[in-house]
Design a protein around this ligand. Sequence first.
Ligand code: GLV
Ligand code: MG
Length: 308
Amino acid sequence: MSMVEGARRSCLAVPGSSAKMIDKARGLAVDQFFLDLEDAVAPLAKAEARDRIVGALNEGGWDGKIRSVRVNALDTEWTYRDVVTVVEGAGAELDSIILPKVSAPDHVRWLDLTLSQIERALGLEPGRIGIEPQIEDARGLVEIDAIATASPRVAALIYGPADFMASINMRSLVVGHQPPGYDVGDAYHYALFRILTAARAADVQAIDGPYLQIKDVDGLRAVGGRSAALGFDGKWVLHPAQVDAVNELFSPRQEDYDHAENILDAYEWHTSAAGGKRGAAMLGDEMIDEASRKMALVISGKGRAAGM
Ligand code: GLV
Ligand code: MG
């Protein structure tokens, strides 16, 4: 896993072309933000956005948030210039690069090698800047295991639902809502579960993408609640109105956190009382064993990372 650890419950998308939105982002209670050079920025505004992003990173004031930039995808003419400008200009103030539309491990290797070159040229700490590949099309999902392990810099796999839905010709225009006519389950389950499994196998984080109906916080809770319940670590937010809901969805519920801590205490107490010879114990009416301890560690770890 990359050196870019820490909670990513909420990741705020900020258009790199908007000085106003960049300023506003500083005050929001998100774990991560990314300054976007891709789909939120018009082709003619990209060059100016690069410079604005370099300025915003160097200015600081990001208050411990994970600082990321999303560059353009490798099938455009912009990617190399995005990486060179941003990392040469503000590499020491950047924690990771989000690479969109990754459909092959070579994309990640290209970015890894390019970052290593710039780090060497500038004397930056080698390997510190992480890579977060976005899985946004059918090829990316098919290649996901190789993508997740293509570089030790990979810190998280991010689901790009809007592009992904377009890529597979899904008959829905609303991200996260079930396509009309599909009434036999959750049309997103396979993609989400595949990404989550690849992320866990590679020991990196799994992040859900955006929910576009920014005024519909109930819809956000329903869609984000699914990926949170599966085990995803966080989700993108596009607007201040989405921040609290997403932070809450991706933190354990207080009662689950307390229960997990009780399991850990009880297990520790019973097994050490038996001189290390007992594998299972009782907590009230509940049988707890090594597997219960592992499940409890997940909830307790997420809760502690969220400051509970
Ligand atoms: C995000 O980039 C998406 O395509 O959903
Ligand atoms: Mg996308």
